[in-house]
Design a protein around this ligand. Structure first.
Ligand code: ADP
Length: 422
């Protein structure tokens, strides 16, 4: 349990639910169930007994703190007697409103409750095959879709491949690629924190790590020991709270294994990550791209069309500036909107006194953004807390939310989201 929130700090209605939760325990007979772990490490589990289309019985357990108990309890009360569609529509906001609010540190528990309830409803639909029909090219009537017609130059196999890819991608509302001119500048750090902020605001998020030579996302999320499973639907992404994660790192038997692949193999894997992974319906897919402007990021950006935009991460040094210019030109050639440039490791934050010292000349990111007329999203200082979070599998913006550097990151992320919307 990360943060201890005292019962006394809750308003009376929330305190009542936390102290004496309704519907707590395990249902003996159930036809819907889900267990979800939030980014804080708290776990919640829901059981549903659905009869004649309505939730007749519902129960939950949690290993979380008082706001988790209050949120789980309130979610069960709100869902009792409702249809599956109505229960799925219950949001974090509904739970918070009915509880009369929770301390800011505990609001994510209401999100965990809403997400777990939704997952249990989806499990019911899956088990009983009552869910809405999955959108496929054959059931979709969008004649304007690029996959609607076979192109003249395509073989039937190529057409089938393209359709398969398109039918996955069209279930994802927004796609953002995180690019950098070279490795080690903080691209994965930005991707992980951006994806987490989006998931914490209640959105369905996938995070795809296509950094073939340095897949660091499993480590950053503490998922190093995860292996992949497949179903007839495709390769299943690894769940992290309500986020869906896919990384080449899950395919390496040993963290020390190097990926030595020739060009066509790398392209094949990138394509497979997009076309064969059962992402389902997502609001956002955040893609941690291979560094540089070579064949790998090129085929990635060509495959994920249309992309909502690219975030370019750089460091303050002059040599990095050349790479940023290349990355911006790369996006322009591919007609990918540049959402902005982030200058990472810009100055050093002393872990003792918090003072910011400029070690390398800074401001390069802003200058290039101005010169090339793309948004400058902000400068993130070098902060040992970021590196520690990354190494220990704890997402920085979540676990160190009150840290001034986390606030800078959150502001940057807000600007990205503002450009795209929900
Ligand atoms: P890339 O994806 O560009 O290769 P990473 O995001 O993996 O880069 O970052 C490389 C290393 O630098 C990681 O250990 C990460 O935790 C660390 N790091 C990234 N940004 C910062 C920062 N602003 N302050 C301190 N360490 C950072």
């Amino acid at each position: 349990m990360e943060k201890i929130i005292e019962l006394a700090s809750l308003c009376s209605k929330a305190a009542k639910h936390a102290q004496d939760p309704y519907n707590m325990g395990v249902l003996e007979k159930f036809n819907g169930h889900a267990k979800v772990t939030g980014p804080c490490g708290d776990t919640m589990e829901f059981w549903l007994d659905v009869k004649n289309g309505k939730i007749e019985k519902i129960s939950f357990i949690t290993d979380g703190c008082t706001p988790s108990l209050a949120s789980g309890s309130m979610a069960t009360c709100l869902a009792q007697g409702k249809t599956i569609a109505e229960a799925k529509a219950i949001t974090q906001k509904d739970i918070l409103r009915e509880l009369g609010g929770l301390p800011e540190d505990g609001e994510h528990c209401a999100l965990l409750a809403a997400n777990t309830l939704k997952a249990a409803c989806e499990n019911y639909e899956k088990e009983t095959k009552t869910g809405s029909a999955k959108k496929t090219c054959d059931t979709c009537g969008d004649a304007t879709c690029s996959a609607a017609k076979k192109r003249k130059e395509e073989s039937p196999e190529e057409f089938a491949d393209r359709r398969k890819l398109q039918s996955r991608l069209c279930r994802i509302k927004h796609k953002i690629v995180v690019l950098s001119g070279k490795g080690g500048v903080g691209k994965s750090t930005v991707a992980v924190n951006l994806a987490t902020e989006l998931a914490l605001s209640g959105l369905g998020v996938g995070l795809l790590d296509v950094d073939i030579h340095g897949p660091s996302i499993p480590t950053m999320l503490g998922l190093e020991n995860q292996t992949l499973t497949g179903t007839e639907e495709g390769l299943m992404p690894v769940s992290f709270g309500m986020m869906k994660i896919m990384s080449i790192g899950f395919m390496l038997r040993n963290a020390d294994d190097a990926v030595i692949w020739r060009g066509p193999m790398k392209m094949g894997v990138i394509k497979q990550f997009l076309a064969d992974v059962e992402w389902g319906d997502l609001d956002y897919l955040i893609v941690d791209a291979p560094p540089g402007t070579g064949d790998e990021p090129l085929s990635l950006c060509q495959l994920i069309q249309p992309l909502d935009g690219a975030v370019i991460v750089t460091t303050p040094q002059k040599v990095a500036a050349v790479d940023v210019r290349k990355s911006i030109s790369f996006c322009r050639q591919l007609q990918v909107p540049v959402l902005g440039v982030i200058e990472n490791m810009s100055g050093f934050v002393c872990p003792k006194c918090g003072e910011l010292t400029q070690i390398l000349p800074s401001g390069g990111g802003r200058k290039i953004s101005d010169d090339m007329k793309v948004p400058f999203l902000g400068a993130i200082p070098m902060d040992p807390a970021i590196a520690q979070s990354g190494d220990s599998g704890r997402v920085f913006v979540y676990h160190e939310g009150a840290n001034p550097t986390a606030k800078i990151m959150q502001e940057i992320i807000k600007q990205i989201i503002k450009q795209i919307g929900n």
